[in-house]
Write a protein that binds this ligand. Structure first.
Ligand code: PMP
Length: 368
């Protein structure tokens, strides 16, 4: 019976491995969750709205105005979505013909570009970033642009934490002008705000920017993101979005989070996270089981470990949950660590030192 029903599933879904989100992988029983790049501290809001018998606006007016004000763009350049993830998907829905068009993405990077394209039956062209520098391989991108409607670039990149050179992003916009859209995912941009490409929107009609309240704004639980683009693109995306994507409590809380006082709080949270990151990086550099700590411009760091499997499992067993990256291209033996509170980072450092003392001795530091 079930077999017959499963035969009905589209082929690309039958073979699909879904996105391995932190919550899907597990570890929720851990007491130090450093695996989803969330804010380690919460802020508290009260919903001002009390009645919910009416549908919300598809694009809540005051929320769009608040975000337009925050990013200093016009109202018609903004789309609000269920997290940045929905923006990734809507772009594919609106611009890519299944079985005909393609997207480019540049791993190692965020997996949802690939997975959303796969779900939609859209070809995926993988152009890895250049090994060692992790910058864009512009030459190969240019050579592979046929059929490509969307080029996804995550800046700063997840999970590597690096920024792309602004001159390369501008070259990419020039190379693709009139052919493809360049989608720059700025989910973590509040941690390096000067690097945003939003001021290029007026110059490049093919630029699209994704944003979220899930990271620096500490609101991953409400699921609210934004797509910034020229007004024709926003209009097009508004054709494919579901009728009522943003619930009333979500827009109510999101609007509050964009008030000036809360933006100040967000900026302080970013400073705090950036300081904690520097502290943690310095600590890690002196721990024996750590092979390399990569520079980061975000609220997480990528770390290469000796005995990475054992490190990951030992910490997991102690309730410190990190994110494995070893399976990704060029990230052999790497683990991503979200920046938690100073207390959480101290616990992590303490456990890694204990691990090193117990497991590491000179000459025996290789792991298959
Ligand atoms: N882009 C990147 C690079 C991310 O890391 C994430 C979340 N992990 C998202 C987009 C999705 O964010 P949201 O919570 O807004 O859907």
């Amino acid at each position: 019976m079930t077999d017959n029903i499963l035969k009905l599933v589209r082929n690309n879904i039958k073979n699909l491995t879904p996105y391995q989100s932190a919550r899907r992988i597990g570890g929720q029983n851990g007491n130090i969750l450093l695996n989803a790049n969330e804010s380690p501290k919460s802020i508290f809001f009260k919903s001002k709205k009390k009645s919910f018998n009416r549908y919300p606006e598809c694009q809540p007016n005051n929320l769009i105005s608040s975000y337009a004000h925050y990013v200093n763009l016009s109202y018609d350049q903004i789309l609000v979505t269920r997290g940045a993830d929905e923006g990734i998907e809507l772009l594919i829905k609106a611009f890519c013909e299944p079985g005909k068009d393609a997207i480019i993405y540049c791993p190692p990077t965020y997996d949802m570009y690939r997975i959303s394209a796969k779900i939609a039956g859209v070809e995926i062209k993988e152009i890895p970033t250049i090994k060692n520098t992790w910058q864009l391989d512009l030459l190969n991108i240019e050579l592979n642009l046929s059929k490509v409607k969307l080029v996804y670039v995550c800046n700063p990149n997840n999970p590597t934490g690096n920024l792309f050179l602004k001159k390369d992003l501008i070259s990419l916009l020039n190379i693709t002008l009139g052919r493809s859209l360049v989608v720059i995912d700025e989910a973590y941009i509040e941690f390096s705000p000067k690097e945003s490409m939003k001021n290029y929107l007026k110059e490049y009609p093919n630029l699209v920017i994704l944003r979220t309240l899930s990271k620096a704004f500490a609101l991953a639980g409400i699921r609210c993101g934004f797509t910034l683009a020229n007004k024709e693109i926003v209009k097009t995306l508004n054709k494919v979005i579901s009728p009522y994507p943003i619930s009333i409590p979500v827009s109510d809380i999101a609007v509050q989070s964009l008030e000036l006082d809360y933006i100040e709080l967000m900026k302080n949270r970013v400073l705090d996270s950036n300081n904690n990151r520097t502290w943690l990086m310095n600590q890690l550099k002196n721990i024996t089981c750590v092979e390399r700590v990569f520079e980061s411009n975000t609220n997480y760091i990528l770390v290469k470990f000796f005995m990475f499997k054992k490190v990951f499992q030992t910490l997991w067993d102690k309730g410190i949950i990190l994110r494995y990256q070893n399976e990704k291209i060029n990230l052999n033996k790497c683990i991503r660590i979200s920046i938690g509170t100073r207390l959480e980072s101290s616990r992590l450092v303490k456990e890694l030192k204990k691990f090193s003392k117990k497991n590491m001795f000179q000459g025996a530091i290789s792991e298959k």
